[in-house]
Design a protein around this ligand. Structure first.
Ligand code: BGC
Length: 718
């Protein structure tokens, strides 16, 4: 029972450094099993007799710390010897870094650890070693660490003296067992090139933007310094550029001891493709420098491969943006001074995420944080955990509370995802009902002049007035549309788990009819998209034609932002305009997905014009090159272009309904459902389109509107 152990902390303030907590113990009997249970205020790693315990990087992960703090258990039976020493080093982590400064109740907690080792001996006796005053603490050589700003390690320092610890009265009721996936080192990338920039700076290009850190080995003199800075892109002259990290320093600094030595940061992470060597010890040997990609340990489930290399790159960029931003919580970006669990971004990307990887456990844990952060009135803060203490609750952001559990249910078929979240989903819908100026809509007073108005609108849409991040689609339109959508999801979810939903069914009918009466005309692409995709118009044909005309007259180009883009291609293909959907997907001029690919993207950009035609950047202020939201187009590729979708929740039944185009020679989509591999491949041949299909369960195959029911197996059609 970890809760009977004590929270221990250093006996004085260690400021920005990391502290080591140590316990020595001897074993003089045969051991059957030994289990370590541990967590920290901050992030920790634990070593037993000089060996790392487990693979969890940045344990205990990121949660709504004032309500939930995960602890981990490790089997250390095979690591014990006669004389043992356990060292648990604790860095600041999300808990105590700059990003949580608005939350003093989290941020000003001391660096602390709570742990217990339970040893069962062969003679049937048991010994429990818990954190208490028999532990020691000493300063570590990690002299600075912060999630945004990086890490400094001083290997030139002498070993520190061991000192007594203090027992502190921190909350133990918040301790919960590990719920999420653990974060692990996943991939190693080697330098592609050492560049000497026009300014004369030395920059290493790893060829791919990742989240993680650099590991290196140098042969140096005591006091030599290695100092590295991170960047996502080079500027148009080929110079190092990281003004878009804003206040995040993102530095790796290492002060050497004498001789050959290796280092990698342990208590922070960086988002980067390029590393500038501000200083380096000894010769630069590229064989001794690598980048380590670190992300939540999800199992890959989706694959897309086509004859179009640019589409393949778009898919790869989306996968990387997912990996880079699935570091225990779904973040907007991994580099600048945010790295926050923005609910809107996560909602937009959830479907794609669940096709690419099995994200059930990852999102399941984060939904626990959403529920923990949900306010009494049902509103959901725009970032979860709410490190910034954001008081607002925007439409299309808070809807993460309904959309994500429903998405998990559709993909994985587990009713528990709905049961766990149902009350919170209901509270979110009730919040919208109670917050509105008008009945059956979600409206608010027009405060669009204010910098910080209630909603984010169609965030980053291209029809935004100059100087604004918000597209022109009205807030009341978007909010009322999502109110309808979330209510519809709530009704479906409630029915699946056997609740009486008649009250909410009626509410839904009223919202839809009021919406139709109130919003009779559409003036933006996003308005048409929402009306079509959320079934909020009786004039589907007319609206689809309007949307199509808008796109065609705009040169087959989109104008949508975070709200409209995820549903844009569906709104077209579900209403007879699949060709236009492909025109958008295959568009290469700005703004488009392939424009980014043509301009060297290795992840998904936040802005359609992150890099302009002339090579200049969108402002430094809000310009990430690793924001997964627009990668949401990938779920259209899986489910429409490839046509793989669940007929029943959890792929209990499968529909395979591909939509080929003659503009792509062949197109292969694969999804590993819980029953096995589903494959859909189409190839344009001289005799027409050839379809190769594989299904692990009976499936409904729909080709050119013709439906066939097939058993599990492999099939070919022309
Ligand atoms: C984030 C977004 C987020 C937005 C809210 C930004 O700073 O990076 O992705 O959703 O704020 O408007």
């Amino acid at each position: 029972m970890i809760k009977t152990a004590n929270w221990i902390t250093s006996s004085f303030d260690i400021d920005d450094s990391a502290a080591e907590f140590i316990r020595k113990f001897t074993i003089d009997k045969n051991v059957v099993s030994a289990i370590l249970t541990v967590t920290a205020v901050g992030v920790y790693d634990a070593y037993l007799n000089g060996k790392r315990i487990g693979d969890f990087i940045l344990a205990p992960g990121c949660t709504a710390y004032n309500k939930r703090l995960q602890y981990q258990t490790y089997d250390i039976s095979d690591m014990l010897c006669e004389n043992n020493e356990i060292v648990i080093t604790v860095g600041k982590g999300w808990h105590r870094s700059r990003m949580s400064e608005n939350r003093p109740e989290i941020n000003t907690n001391p660096c602390a650890v709570i742990a217990e080792i339970e040893i069962i001996y062969e003679d049937g006796t048991k010994e429990v070693i818990q954190t208490d005053e028999t532990w020691y603490f000493r300063k570590s050589k990690v002299v600075f660490n912060d999630i945004w700003d990086g890490e400094t390690y001083d290997a030139s320092l002498n070993d520190f003296a061991e000192m007594t610890v203090n027992i502190v009265d921190l909350d133990k009721d918040i301790l919960i067992p590990q719920e999420g996936e653990i974060i692990c080192e996943q991939e190693i990338l080697y330098p592609k090139e050492l560049i000497i920039t026009p300014k004369g700076e030395k920059v290493i290009d790893f060829g791919q933007e990742i989240t993680g850190y650099i590991a290196f080995t140098v042969n140096a003199k005591k006091g030599d310094k290695v100092e590295l800075s991170c960047a996502e892109v080079l500027d148009r002259d080929g110079n190092f550029y990281n003004a878009n990290y804003r206040s995040a320093k993102s530095k790796m600094i290492y002060i050497c001891c004498e001789g050959e030595q290796s280092y990698k940061p342990r208590f922070t992470f960086y988002g980067f493709r390029y590393i500038r060597l501000d200083s380096y010890a000894g010769e630069i040997d590229l064989t001794k420098i690598c980048a380590v990609a670190v992300y939540s340990d999800m199992k890959r489930s989706g694959y897309i491969r086509t004859s179009n290399e640019k589409l393949n790159k778009l898919f790869s960029n989306t996968l990387w943006s997912q990996r880079d931003n699935f570091l225990d919580i779904p973040t907007d970006c991994p580099q600048r001074d945010e790295r926050m669990g923005w609910t809107g971004d996560a909602q937009v990307f959830a479907k794609t995420a669940c096709y690419n990887y099995n994200a059930k456990k990852f999102f399941g844990k984060w939904l626990g944080d959403l529920r923990a952060e949900q306010r009494e009135n049902g509103s959901i803060p725009d970032t979860v955990p709410n490190f910034w203490k954001i008081m607002r609750s925007s439409t299309a952001w808070g809807d993460a509370m309904t959309i994500i559990p429903w998405q998990l249910y559709l993909m994985y078929g587990d009713k528990k995802d709905l049961e766990d979240n149902f009350d919170a989903m209901k509270k979110w819908v009730d919040f919208m009902t109670n917050d509105s100026l008008d009945k059956y809509l979600w409206t608010c007073a027009d405060d669009s002049d204010k910098k910080w108005r209630k909603h984010y609108g169609d965030w980053l849409a291209l029809d935004a007035p100059s100087g604004s991040y918000r597209g022109i689609t009205s807030d009341n339109f978007i909010a009322s549309a999502f109110y309808a959508y979330s209510t519809e999801i709530l009704v479906k979810a409630g029915k699946v788990i056997g609740k009486d939903m008649s009250e909410y069914e009626e509410l839904y009918r009223n919202i839809v009819s009021t919406f139709k009466k109130t919003f009779t005309k559409y003036s933006t692409q996003t308005e048409c998209v929402l009306a079509l995709y959320f079934n909020l118009t009786d004039k589907k044909e007319e609206t689809a034609k309007q949307l199509n005309d808008m796109i065609v007259s705009n040169g087959n180009k989109l104008q949508t932002g975070f709200v409209g883009t995820p549903y844009l291609l569906y709104a077209l293909s579900e209403n007879g305009y699949t060709d236009t959907a492909y025109n958008l997907l295959l568009q290469e001029e700005y703004p488009s997905w392939l424009y980014e690919v043509n301009h060297g993207a290795t992840t998904i950009w936040e802005h359609w014009d992150g890099i302009r035609e002339d090579g200049t950047f969108w402002s430094d202020d809000m310009n990430s090159y690793n924001h997964y939201s627009y990668g949401a187009v990938i779920d259209w590729i899986y489910s429409v272009a490839g046509g793989i979708k669940p007929d029943k929740a959890g792929f209990d039944g499968v529909i395979i309904e591909p939509y080929p185009t003659d503009r792509i020679e062949w197109f292969k989509t694969e999804y590993n459902s819980r029953y096995g591999k589903i494959v859909s491949k189409w190839t344009n041949t001289d005799n027409g389109v050839k379809y190769e299909i594989e299904t692990p369960v009976p499936a409904k195959i729909i080709i050119n509107g013709e439906e066939r029911i097939v058993y599990a197996g492999k099939y070919e059609f022309m």
